[in-house]
Design a protein around this ligand. Structure first.
Ligand SMILES: Cc1cc2nc3c(=O)[nH]c(=O)nc-3n(C[C@H](O)[C@H](O)[C@H](O)COP(=O)(O)O)c2cc1C
Ligand code: SF4
Ligand code: SF4
Length: 427
C-alpha cells in the first residue's frame, strides 16, 4: 500500500491534501471536522488585524450547465479576534497532533510580524504561511499582493519571519505578476523554507447587465476580486512549473489553484508540488471530497509502482521545456475509430471552421452515406481540435506518422541548420 505521508518544507502531514487558507479553514470546529473527514493539513484563514467584510462577497461563472467553474471573492482576512483564533489553533493541535496546522499571516510592521509569529508558534503552529497574495482590500493597505509584487519587500519581510520563527515558513505568492520566478527567488533569498502558489487572480467575474454594476455587488458598487476554482488550474500549473523547472529555484512548493479531484492533485505533484491545497472545491462540495482524493491518489500510486510521494513529485518537470526545444519534425494525424463514432459531425464542423478543412462528411468524399467522417490525412496538421470536440472517449486518436525526417527543434534548425519537414496545411 503506498505511503501518503507528506513532508512539505519540513511540515509533516498524514497525506498531501491540505485546506487552503480560506473560509473552510476559518475556525477550530471546521478544521477539526476537516481532519476527521481525512484532510492531512490545513492552512488557517489568514490572521492579522481582524477586518470588517462586505456583503455580498462571492461571485461565480457558470458555463454550459456547469455551475461555478470559476469563482471570485472580495473577502479579506479573518474577521475573528486573534485570541479566539489562537485558542482554537491550540485546541485543534492538541486533538490532532499528527496533522499539519499552518497559520497564514498578514500584518504590516516588523513589530507586528514578530508578535504574531510568536503567538502563532505558542499556539502550536507547525508552519507559517506569509500571505503576500491577496489582490483586493489588503493591498490598498500595503499588504497582500502589494508585498508579493515587490521582490525586495517580499525578501525583507520573509527574512524577518524566518528570523522570528522556529517553524518552517512558506511564502504564499501572488499570480498577479508577469513572471513568478523573481518572486519565488525573492522568497528563497529571504530564507523561506518553501512557497505556496497560487493565491487568487485579480478579476471582475461578471457584470449585472440589468443593474449596470459588476459582481459581486455591494449596494450599487463593486470592485475587482480574486479569481480561483477549476478554471484557474492551467495558470497555477504553469506558475508552479516556471519555478520548479528553474535551476535557481530550489525550495519546496505547496501547490494551489483549481484542484478539484485526485487527478488535479497528481498533476500538481508531477510538476513538483510536495503538498496541495484546496479552497473553492471544498466551499462548493464540502470536506468529504477528500475521501475520493485519498483513494484516487492511492490507486494511482499503486498502479504506477510509486511507494512514496517523493517518487512522483516533480516527475513531469523535465518534460516541461521551451517552445524552441520542441521537435518540429514530430508529426501526428487524426484517426477515427469507426466502431466508436456516433456520427455527430462535431469534428467536421470544428475542422472546417476552426482548423484545416480536412475532415469531410463521408458522402462528400466517397458517395457513401455513412455518418462516419473521413479524414484527408495528406492535409491533417495533427492539431487536436477534432479530438477535443469529439464527445466519444478515444474515438479520435492522434497517431504519430513516420515522415522520414530526423528530430529537429527550432533551436537546432537555427544553430545547426537541421532540416525541417515540409509544412502541411500552409497553402
Ligand atoms: C472566499 C475566499 C477567501 C480566501 N481567503 C484567503 C485568505 O484569507 N488567505 C489566503 O492566503 N488566501 C485566501 N484565499 C485564496 C485561497 O487560499 C486559494 O489560494 C485560492 O482560492 C486558489 O485555490 P482554489 O482554486 O482551490 O480556490 C481565499 C479564497 C477564497 C475563494
Ligand atoms: S487534427 Fe486538426 S487538422 Fe487534423 S482532422 Fe483534426 S481538426 Fe482537422
Ligand atoms: S466528433 Fe467523434 S463521434 Fe462525432 S462524428 Fe466526429 S468522430 Fe464521430
Amino acid at each position: 500500500m503506498p505511503d501518503l505521508t507528506t513532508n512539505c518544507a519540513g511540515i509533516r502531514s498524514p497525506n498531501p491534501f491540505w485546506l487552503a487558507s480560506a473560509p473552510p479553514a476559518n475556525s477550530g470546529g471546521q478544521v477539526q471536522r476537516a481532519f476527521d473527514a481525512g484532510w492531512g493539513g490545513a492552512v488557517w484563514k489568514t490572521l492579522g488585524q481582524p477586518i470588517q467584510n462586505v456583503s455580498s462577497r462571492f461571485g461565480a461563472i457558470n458555463y454550459s450547465g456547469t455551475r461555478a467553474i470559476g469563482f471570485n471573492n472580495i473577502e479579506l482576512i479573518t474577521d475573528r479576534s486573534l485570541e479566539v483564533n489562537f485558542r482554537e489553533i491550540y485546541e485543534t493541535k492538541k486533538k490532532f497532533p499528527k496533522h499539519a496546522v499552518v497559520v497564514s499571516l498578514m500584518v504590516e510592521t516588523q513589530e507586528e510580524w514578530k508578535d504574531i509569529i510568536k503567538r502563532s508558534i505558542d499556539a502550536g503552529a507547525d508552519g507559517l504561511e506569509l500571505n503576500f497574495g491577496c489582490p483586493h482590500g489588503m493591498c490598498e493597505r500595503g499588504m497582500g499582493s502589494a508585498v508579493g509584487q515587490e521582490p525586495l519587500v517580499n525578501e525583507r519581510i520573509t527574512s524577518w519571519a524566518v528570523e522570528y520563527s522556529t517553524v518552517p515558513v512558506l511564502v504564499k505568492l501572488t499570480p498577479n505578476v508577469s513572471d513568478v520566478l523573481p518572486h519565488g527567488l525573492a522568497a528563497q533569498k529571504g530564507g523561506a523554507h518553501g512557497v505556496s502558489l497560487i493565491n487568487t487572480i485579480k478579476s471582475i467575474i461578471a457584470v449585472d447587465i440589468d443593474r449596470f454594476v459588476p459582481e459581486p455587488r455591494v449596494g450599487s458598487l463593486s470592485t475587482n476580486g480574486g479569481y480561483c476554482g477549476a478554471a484557474v488550474k492551467p495558470i497555477a500549473l504553469h506558475m508552479l512549473a516556471r519555478l520548479t523547472r528553474s535551476g535557481e529555484f530550489k525550495i519546496p512548493v505547496s501547490g494551489i489553484g483549481g484542484i478539484t479531484n485526485w487527478r488535479d492533485a497528481v498533476e500538481f505533484m508531477l510538476l513538483g508540488a510536495s503538498s496541495v491545497q484546496v479552497c473553492t472545491e471544498v466551499m462548493l462540495k464540502g470536506y468529504r471530497i477528500v475521501e475520493d482524493m485519498i483513494e484516487g491518489l492511492d490507486e494511482y500510486m499503486a498502479s504506477h509502482g510509486f511507494d512514496t510521494l517523493d517518487q512522483l513529485v516533480g516527475k513531469a518537470v523535465p518534460a516541461f521545456s521551451e517552445w524552441g526545444d520542441l521537435d518540429l519534425n514530430y508529426e501526428t494525424i487524426a484517426k477515427i475509430d469507426a466502431k466508436k463514432c456516433i456520427g455527430c459531425q462535431l469534428c467536421v464542423v470544428a475542422c472546417h471552421d476552426g482548423a484545416h478543412q480536412c475532415i469531410h462528411q463521408s458522402k462528400e468524399t466517397n458517395g457513401d452515406a455513412t455518418r462516419v467522417p473521413v479524414i484527408d490525412e495528406s492535409e491533417c496538421v495533427g492539431c487536436n481540435l477534432c479530438k477535443i470536440v469529439c464527445p466519444v472517449p478515444d474515438c479520435i486518436s492522434m497517431v504519430p506518422v513516420d515522415n522520414g525526417f530526423a528530430p529537429a527543434t527550432w533551436n537546432q534548425h537555427v544553430t545547426e541548420g537541421l532540416p525541417l519537414r515540409p509544412k502541411k496545411g500552409a497553402h
